[in-house]
Design a protein around this ligand. Structure first.
Ligand SMILES: [Zn+2]
Length: 467
């Protein structure tokens, strides 16, 4: 019997974990952490309903924590098989997992100090040692190369243009008289996105597991270069410094690249750019190493051998270097994380720059409920930073065109050439988004769709009519 069980990203965006069982063989596709609201985060502590020891392999789509962040715990709990990923995914996963371990350790330490944990002492979900053990299980595979993670399974990666190394997974399950074909979308990127190639067309399949982060809405049409130009020019006019909140991996590298392109094209003046995030600086090195994987078509007019170094970029790792940025008068750009302003060095820059009207704060991307980013987005007049209320006098603007996810129309475009699968499972979206996208596929394509529930198991069969 062949079955698929949804152990995460079911009726929610995070925690991607799909268990494929072929006879007694178990392979886990993605091994993500639940993130966001506390109720979700607590799920990371629940034991999985199957023993990690009994899984033969893990196959990863990409390095975002909601797709790889549970891996160290999975290994800690007994998993001993190989973890398959593209080379760039392996490199980014190590960086992101070490950072996640650091955050877990800090949180546990804080909980112990404040005494608010139910567990005595509070422990991290995993630590840096667990990350090292997890990393030792990695086996890298290049896109388009077939490999066999377990008996009766053949698997191949295709580019989805969402993050460096990101892929969908095509699976062929060996079975008489015909193999069953399955596709996991992973996260689908956007068309014409800076740095990334367009997502490839998914291969025909019997079953599709498709993300739906933006399954019920479209992004604005404006080009990201135009939006960024307007924001930077207006900020220069105002006479202060531009502080951009950014995820350290992916978004930060895109911003550096786009600013470089705009300066080289003369659309914005040359101005210093400070990348103030040690993790983002390490991310830059990985992006530089995998330069051949980038689509640099926005920058072709300047040079074809683009690297991320240009005269105006200052990469800061140390705290002292970071503090020096406080004396920069502008115009200048400071890119810092955390993306949603939940912590990290950006807090120091907010404390310093928010009270002055000449400065500009740029929000790049989705801001979850309860974060400082969301508060600014909703027009907060003051912001709590390091236990003090800091007045918000700086201009706050958004660059919505920077999303890493295909929107509703782009997902439909992506699926257009694909013949109807037996069932399309719609996952990785809030319930309203997943349901809307499932209904859209039914209506527009006549597809049979299902929004699986957490823990739901479905049997996969070969229909003689869908060979
Ligand atoms: Zn992702």
């Amino acid at each position: 019997m062949v079955s698929l069980t949804f152990h995460g990203a079911a009726e929610t965006v995070t925690g991607s974990k799909y268990l494929l069982e072929v006879g007694r063989t178990k392979v886990l596709f993605d091994c993500g952490l639940f993130q966001g609201l506390k109720e979700l985060r607590l799920r990371n502590w629940d034991r999985l309903p199957f023993n990690p020891q009994h899984a033969s392999a893990v196959v990863l789509t990409h390095a975002h924590i909601d797709h790889v962040g549970y891996l160290p715990r999975f290994v800690k709990d007994g998993f001993r098989g190989p973890v398959y990923a593209t080379p760039a995914t392996e490199a980014l996963a190590e960086l992101l997992l070490l950072d996640a371990a650091h955050n877990q350790e800090e949180e546990a330490e804080y909980a112990n100090r404040k005494g608010y944990s139910k567990h005595k002492p509070a422990l991290p979900l995993f630590d840096a040692h667990d990350v090292k053990r997890a990393m030792s299980r990695f086996r890298t595979v290049h896109r388009e190369d077939w490999f066999s993670p377990a008996k009766r399974l053949n698997v191949r990666y295709h580019d989805t243009g969402h993050l460096l190394g990101s892929c969908m997974i095509e699976v062929e399950i060996d079975q008489d008289p015909q193999p069953i074909r399955l596709v996991f979308s992973g996260d689908v990127g956007r068309y014409n996105a800076p740095l990334y190639y367009d997502p490839q067309t998914p291969p025909p399949c019997d079953y599709l597991v498709c993300e739906s982060t933006y399954g019920n809405r479209d992004h604005p049409q404006e080009s990201v270069l135009d939006q960024l130009t307007d924001v930077v020019l207006a900020a220069i006019e105002r006479g202060g410094v531009i502080v951009m909140s950014s995820f350290a991996v992916g978004r930060a590298q895109q911003l550096i690249y786009l600013l470089h392109v705009l300066m080289a094209q003369g659309r914005i003046p040359q101005l210093p750019v400070f990348l103030d995030s040690p993790m983002a600086v390490s991310g830059m090195n990985i992006y530089r190493y995998y330069a051949s994987e980038h689509d640099l078509s926005e920058g072709l007019a300047i040079r074809s051998d683009f690297e991320f170094d240009f005269a105006e970029v200052h990469l800061t790792r140390s705290v002292a270097e970071s503090r020096n940025i406080n004396s920069v008068a502008g115009p200048a750009v400071i890119i810092s994380s955390a993306g949603m302003m939940t912590g990290g060095r950006i807090l120091h820059h907010l404390k310093q720059r928010l009270p002055e009207a000449k400065n500009t704060i740029v929000l790049g991307g989705f801001m979850a409920a309860g974060t400082r980013g969301r508060a600014l987005q909703e027009g907060a007049k003051s912001l709590r930073v390091f236990g003090r209320d800091v007045p918000v006098r700086a201009a706050v603007v958004e660059i919505s065109a920077l999303s890493g996810h295909a929107d509703r129309s782009e997902l439909l475009r992506w699926l257009k050439p694909v013949p109807a699968p037996r069932t399309a499972f719609i996952t990785h979206g809030e319930l309203s988004s997943a349901t809307a996208f499932a209904e859209l596929l039914q209506r527009e394509r006549g597809w049979h769709t299902l929004v699986p529930k957490m823990g739901q198991r479905v049997e996969l069969q070969k229909d003689s009519t869908t060979t």
